[in-house]
Design a protein around this ligand. Structure first.
Ligand code: GUN
Length: 278
């Protein structure tokens, strides 16, 4: 089974669009998303453009605030404070990565937790890991929704996540733990990556190494979620060797068209949730 992220994301967007339109009819208000983009890192430009386009399509008032890569950290912090206090702004997102002179920690900490649509603020990270209500980072949330399209009950499944980033690996582990999986995070210093992956009923790969996971790394009938986006000779490929793996497993996400579209749809979902909570 090829897990069609494009289709699932489109269904989710339709649901969100409908809900926003119903809310608008009732109270004449819509969610607002402010995206801060610093510099001209090519992938960030593409991501932000897609976020803006998708937001508008579902009825979210989207605003992109652009700064040159030389902008002072204090100027960005002032803008975040202004957005924190603006009642028309439901969600704030600062596109990563940031230039070296700007502290990611300071920026992430400055965003009001209730408007942190990325779910990166330590309050949201802490709430998620404590099992409390939290805003969940968009990519792992999208991955979980795709996994649940294949299997509703994940109790007791052996889940292996390759990659320990704050963006993907760590929140993914928390979500799967909440689903009663037995969870293992493996990474670049893990002794035998292949051996650990072979035990996985669910394998989530988020490391940014093209075609890392080979056919003999995966368990028969497992679910494979590929978060990677890598450019190889002008072609976009994932972290999983799709051709080698696809016929061995129960379900696999393609790249492109798997996790990517779900990430943006989940950003819209988080923005709507923040708006409703206010
Ligand atoms: N850069 C790459 N992925 C993301 C994301 O999910 N959120 C933000 N803010 N920046 C990113």
């Amino acid at each position: 089974m090829i897990l069609d992220g494009k289709k699932e994301a489109s269904l989710l967007r339709e649901k969100i669009k409908k809900e926003i339109s119903e809310i608008k009819k009732k109270i004449n208000k819509s969610p607002g998303l402010s995206v801060i983009l610093i510099g001209d890192f090519a992938p960030s430009l593409i991501y932000v453009k897609n976020k803006e386009k998708n937001s508008k399509e579902v009825g979210i008032n989207s605003q992109v605030i652009k700064y040159s890569k030389e902008v002072k950290e204090s100027k960005v912090l002032e803008k975040i404070e202004e957005l924190n206090n603006n009642n028309n702004v439901s969600g704030i997102l600062v596109q990563l990565p940031l230039p070296a002179h700007i502290s990611k920690e300071k920026i992430v900490n400055a965003i009001k937790p209730s408007k942190d649509v990325d779910g990166f603020h330590p309050i949201n990270v802490g709430n998620l890991s404590s099992g409390y209500k939290a805003i969940v980072p968009c990519t792992p949330l999208g991955c979980l929704l795709l996994i649940k399209k294949v299997e509703k009950n994940l109790t007791g499944k052996h889940a292996v996540i390759i990659g320990r980033s704050n963006l993907n690996g760590k929140p993914m582990a928390q979500l799967l733990l909440k689903e009663d999986c037995t969870v293992l995070i493996v990474h670049s210093k893990t002794k035998d990556l292949k051996l650990e992956c072979q035990k996985a009923d669910i394998l989530v790969v988020a490391v940014g190494v093209a075609n890392l996971v080979k056919g003999d790394w995966v368990k028969k009938d497992s679910i494979i979620i590929d978060v990677g986006i890598n450019k190889v000779a002008d072609k976009i490929v994932g972290d999983v060797d799709f051709e080698q793996v696809k016929d061995k497993v129960r379900a696999i996400t393609p790249v492109p068209g798997g996790v990517g579209p779900m990430t943006i749809a989940c950003l819209l979902k988080n923005t709507l949730e923040c708006f409703k909570a206010r």
